[in-house]
Ligand binder design. Structure first.
Ligand code: DAK
Length: 257
């Protein structure tokens, strides 16, 4: 059987490709499990400083959760699987110390858009189409879509996308703030690699702390400003702070390990 998830590392950047092109990379349970393990392994691999997540082929990032698989779930299974999915993949990605860039290379629908939204940033190819079509199937977004879409595009637009189940194209996604950049499909990897290589030059310790402070502001009952103050203070105790400031004063490039 072919690997469900492919990993390719170039320098400090790992590219993870979801590899079910015949099913438009739909997320079945095995793919979610494989992605979760892959992401945890890359997080532990200190030579990896940024991750690009994409789908195999030229048509689809991920066309949703695998409809064949979830068609027969019961109420209890639905709730349990949603919770497990949040923990093992979607929240896991959002809370990684290593930045993840979603390279949205075509359809990102349902669980596929939810996956892209759990990444730290998104770049789309100009053929990309995005939407949350769950209500056409009588279900609702179950991997964080109701929350993360509203955070990214605002409540009104999220309500429209979710209730109409419509797809938006890459340019509307750019206008709405759902993606950061739109490029031609054959330039998608290069654009993501360019962003990743800029990330890889900076302090990984500081990046992880800053991303955690940004995320804190979206957590219920957590004061993001307090999280920032704590993380800012902690930065002064790190070797990377010493290296970054020393390098500046010595007029050389920092060498972050
Ligand atoms: N699941 C399974 N197979 C899929 C699929 C999907 N989501 N999307 C596409 N495929 C398969 C098609 O069945 C087809 O397979 P064959 O017939 O060739 O065997 C193959 O991929 C190619 O697709 P099409 O022939 O349909 O290709 P087209 O270009 O004509 O259309 C399309 C492309 C993306 C517009 C169309 O495939 C489509 O509408 N796909 C379904 C989109 C969708 O509704 N996705 C699901 C959204 S709901 C959960 C949490 C979250 C969720 C579920 C459970 N739990 C916690 C339990 C999330 C749910 C969703 O994601």
């Amino acid at each position: 059987m072919e690997d469900l998830v492919l990993v390719n590392q170039e320098g400090k950047v790992a590219t993870v490709t979801i590899n079910r092109p015949k099913q438009l990379n739909a997320l079945n349970g095995d793919t979610i499990a494989a992605l979760s393990i892959t992401m945890q392994e890359l997080e532990e691999n200190e030579s990896v400083r940024a991750i690009i997540l994409t789908g195999s082929g030229e048509k689809s990032f991920v066309a949703g959760a695998d409809i064949k698989e979830f068609a027969n779930y019961s109420v209890e299974e639905g709730k349990a699987l949603a919770r497990r999915g949040h923990e093992t993949l979607f929240n896991l990605i959002e809370n990684l110390r290593t930045p993840v860039i979603a390279a949205v290379n075509g359809f990102a629908l349902g669980g596929g858009l939810e996956l892209a939204m759990s990444c730290h940033m998104r770049v789309a190819s100009d053929n990309a189409r995005m939407g949350l079509p769950e209500v056409t199937l009588g279900v609702i977004p179950g991997y964080g879509g109701t929350q993360r879409l509203a955070q990214l595009v605002g409540k009104g637009k999220a309500m429209e996308m979710i209730t109409t189940a419509g797809m938006i194209d890459a340019n509307d996604a750019l206008k709405w703030g759902l993606v950061n950049h739109v490029v031609a499909l054959d330039e998608l990897h290069a654009k993501c690699a360019e962003i990743a290589s800029k990330i890889a030059k900076n302090s990984g310790v500081a990046i992880a702390a800053a991303m955690s402070a940004v995320n804190a502001g979206f957590e219920t009952g957590v004061n993001g400003f307090e999280a920032e103050i704590d993380a800012f203070g902690e930065a002064f105790g790190t070797d990377e702070f010493k290296e970054g400031t020393t390098a500046f004063l010595e007029k050389r490039k920092p060498d972050f390990k």
